[in-house]
Write a protein that binds this ligand. Structure first.
Ligand SMILES: Cc1cc2nc3c(=O)[nH]c(=O)nc-3n(C[C@H](O)[C@H](O)[C@H](O)COP(=O)(O)OP(=O)(O)OC[C@H]3O[C@@H](n4cnc5c(N)ncnc54)[C@H](O)[C@@H]3O)c2cc1C
Length: 548
């Protein structure tokens, strides 16, 4: 079967891309999704406590006022099931499901130069082709289970948080081991501890966390959200990170230590990601960052009553927010429970998993169940797992052996008409992602509309633009303290053998948006456009975006 466009993935990105290409440009489109339903991240991540750290009034689409106005969030931070319900609501409003094929994993994609088409192969052996291939595979969708010796010997059950069973897991009466203390582990531990007989948290890297202060939303707040649609959209599009809060203008050194403490305490009481927005220079100035880091470490020591656990939890080796900054509900408090213990793997590393638990250098931990909150083969993983082949059979996995090479995170040389939504080299995971996703989807849609209008057969990132952009991405990261946390997944450090390259673009979403707009306005500067002979389009003529 041939389509104008194939889209891989049915999360926030794939759903909106389908709407734009099908309903705005009139293309024939099919979405292929490995999961059994839509939702992407929120379809797969059903672990206890799974919740968004972006606030619900910004973790949504902004392309339609009506779509936003009719949706009511129930809590400050939407939980996984509420986000699934939201995306289901969007899909119903826009009649998206009829063009999505669930339970279908794309296992190969290759470009044929003569025919100028992409052919994909699915896990059931089916083949489909398209003029444009858009990957909406997500940055955090390829689960990373660490290769710990003995896992196959384990007689209990084990789960990765990013592939959580749809029917849930019953922890009651169970001895549970949780490996991983990133954003996910910090969300899951307090909830698992509520029903497990015992929870042992295995910590390799101690982490900061700020209270989320989740709460139900009032009718008044929801009214404000409805009435502030324009302001919220404008705010999310003009900030560095796609959130609605602005980063303060002041530097840490502009205020006295007493004032600084007061500012931190107020932000701590308010909770959420905006804690790091209290000063302008915390991500660029080590001394400034240290004041914030010390403040959080002091709160950990305040909360955790066991001095040894408190010391292990506060023994954090990277600047605040240099790794993804978690927010939590009672994470540190959880270590005061009698049924929770902490194992510091820096002091007492795992030797192997045994039939009945985990053996560390000094102890045997008997377990019925292991939870891997060990994150993802981020950004590149989902793309590389698809076996993408471009011109002359070149393999993306080979081209990216030394790290991802993209132009704007949107395209790569040698792979014409292939677009990557929130690909490496774009702001992606450093932002409130629906905003970054909308920007990419709209840019790609405009680009394809431009190609049709001007009879452009192929578009492809140039080698030179890709090289320059890659250098710029590294330069931007080097200018921040993100560069200091070399063991973060932003560098790919959590996956053995993965090239250590800073992957997302840290120059800011607003600046990035302007760059992309400028590139398009200058006739797709940095892209190679093949204007020889227009390709055939089976879709109807471009139509205006219908009101939804
Ligand atoms: C635990 C967790 C918490 C998060 N919290 C936040 C937050 O607070 N704020 C925020 O902005 N973002 C957060 N994110 C990031 C989140 O991924 C994005 O916000 C958003 O959901 C991404 O949407 P997407 O459509 O780009 O990708 P995804 O939602 O990841 O969807 C991609 C889809 O592609 C499918 N797919 C991948 N490969 C294939 C293939 N080969 N064949 C077929 N289908 C395939 C996957 O099954 C998946 O359903 C979080 C992520 C995780 C994992």
């Amino acid at each position: 079967m041939h389509f104008d466009a194939l889209i891989v993935g049915a999360g926030f990105a794939g759903l909106y891309q389908l709407h734009c290409l099908r309903d705005r440009l009139g293309l024939t489109v099919r979405v292929l999704e490995a999961g059994g339903d839509l939702g992407g991240t929120w379809y797969w991540n059903r672990y206890p406590g799974a919740r968004c750290d972006s606030e619900s009034h910004v973790y949504r689409y902004f392309f339609s006022r009506e779509l936003s106005a009719e949706w009511q969030s129930s809590e400050r931070y939407p939980g996984a099931s509420e986000i699934r319900a939201y995306l289901d609501y969007v899909a119903r409003k826009l009649d998206l499901r009829r063009d999505i094929q669930f339970g279908t994993r794309v296992v190969a994609a290759s470009y044929a130069e003569g025919a100028n088409r992409w052919t994909i192969e699915t896990d059931s052996g089916a083949r489909m082709s398209a003029t444009w291939l858009v990957t909406a595979v997500g940055c955090l969708s390829a689960a990373n289970v660490p290769d710990i010796p003995g896992l196959h010997d384990f007689q209990g059950k084990w789960y990765h948080t990013g592939q959580w069973p749809r029917d849930g897991v019953d922890f009651s009466g169970k001895r549970v081991g949780q490996i991983g203390t990133g954003s996910t582990g910090i969300q899951s531990a307090p909830v698992i501890a509520q029903t497990a007989a015992h929870l042992t948290v295995f910590q390799r890297t101690a982490n900061y966390s700020v209270p989320a202060r989740n709460a139900p939303l009032t009718a008044e707040f929801n009214r404000w959200v409805r009435e502030s649609f324009d302001e919220l959209r404008e705010a999310t599009r003009s900030t560095i990170n796609g959130h609605a809060f602005r980063i303060a203008e002041r530097n840490v050194a502009d205020v006295s230590p007493e004032e600084r403490e007061e500012i931190y305490r107020a932000a701590w009481a308010k909770g959420g990601l905006q804690f790091r927005a209290t000063f302008r220079d915390v991500m660029t100035n080590r001394a400034a960052n240290q004041t914030m880091a010390e403040f959080v470490k002091a709160r950990i020591r305040d909360v955790v009553s066991n001095p040894e656990a408190a010391a292990d939890l506060a023994d954090i080796d990277h600047p605040y927010a240099a790794k993804r900054p978690p927010i939590d509900t009672d994470y540190f408090e959880t270590f005061n429970r009698p049924n929770v213990s902490l194992v510091n793997l820096r002091k007492d590393p795992i030797e192997r998993i045994t039939a009945d638990g985990i053996r560390t250098k000094t102890a045997e931990h008997k377990l019925d169940l292991i939870v891997f909150a060990t994150g993802f083969d981020a950004l590149t993983g989902p793309l590389l797992r698809m076996n993408i082949r471009g011109r002359s059979g070149r393999l993306l996995r080979e081209d990216w052996k030394a790290g991802p090479r993209t132009y704007l995170g949107l395209q790569m040389p040698g792979y014409p008409n292939l677009f990557t939504i929130t690909g490496p080299g774009s702001p992606s995971v450093l932002t409130n992602m629906p905003v970054a996703i909308e920007q990419h989807v709209e840019w790609i849609t405009d680009c394809i509309a431009h190609m049709r209008e001007h009879g452009i057969r192929t578009i492809e990132a140039s080698e030179e633009a890709t090289r320059t952009w890659g250098e710029h991405v590294q330069e931007c990261a080097r200018a921040t303290l993100l560069w200091d946390a070399k063991h973060s997944w932003y560098f790919g450090a959590n996956v053995p053998g993965k090239p250590q390259v800073f992957m997302p673009y840290s120059g800011g979403l607003a600046r990035y948006r302007r760059t992309c707009e400028g590139v398009a306005a200058r006739d797709y500067e940095g892209f190679v456009l093949d204007r020889e002979g227009a390709s055939e389009f089976s879709g109807a003529a471009a139509t205006a975006l219908p009101g939804v």
